[in-house]
Ligand binder design. Sequence first.
Ligand SMILES: C[S@@+](CC[C@H](N)C(=O)[O-])C[C@H]1O[C@@H](n2cnc3c(N)ncnc32)[C@H](O)[C@@H]1O
Length: 284
Amino acid sequence: MTELSPQAYAFLADVVYRRSHIRLGPDRQAFVAGRLANRLRQLGCTSFDDYCRLLDTPHDDEAEQLIDLISTNHTQFFRELAHFEILARDVLPQVAPRAATSGRGLRVWSAAAASGEEAYSIAIVLAEQPIKLLPHGWTVQASDISRRMLDRCRMGIYEAAKVHLPDPQLLGRHFLRGFGEREGMYRIKPELRRHVGVLPINLFQPRYPLPRGQDVIFCRNVMIYFDTESRQALVDRLFDQLAPGGFLFVGHSESLLDLRHGFRQVGPSVYERPLESASREPAP
Ligand SMILES: C[S@@+](CC[C@H](N)C(=O)[O-])C[C@H]1O[C@@H](n2cnc3c(N)ncnc32)[C@H](O)[C@@H]1O
């Protein structure tokens, strides 16, 4: 494999940081070289310097590929199960009546959704609620920086062996079993799929193409890749994006401990924007 010099690594880490705020520490050189080896071959680059020159030209697509290749997209259905229990048991009874009183559907955002398992797990929880709790319906917005992941989310087709659900009955209610060349796969049923929107969103882009006043935001297992300054900026924006009284879920290994914020912690990695709180920034 061609060698990744410290200069080329510093350049790549800078491109990744400027685009995604993912911070690649000094110990990630071998990891990055490994992840990019095939890409260099595909592009006919004979060295990492060649590859850096390609990125140095205004070549948007390649920076996107780079981020895609070095980012971790691991996810699963009902990952960190306690969050889905808290959603159903504690959060929905508070946010659903407020949405209903405002005459609108409930809005949930799965930010950094990867291939969609998180968004569909939330959708399953919502679909299982009595209609009277959500009389104006509901939507789950799935977003990610990776278009490749979002294509998988949009398809909603998953390997059967990886679909682990807390109750086996949910399988028949929300998934279709694949036959023939789709043997061994499950597809999300269209009636669940139609509640889930899919949008490319970089969490650091200037504006989110979503209404303010989200009732619940899941932003899990992505902040671990960001530095404190970026996490602070992100948490401030998520606060503004939530309706007063809305809830933010972050990953179990993430916390807002070292950040300044107006949230109230209500559970393990679960935060509430207090009802009486004002937005920090006026709506754009
Ligand atoms: C480990 S997955 C988390 C998936 C899911 N939230 C979960 O907890 O299972 C992290 C995702 O964050 C996405 N990501 C990384 N940087 C991002 C950014 N700046 N904006 C939006 N998504 C980003 C990656 O593409 C990846 O799909």
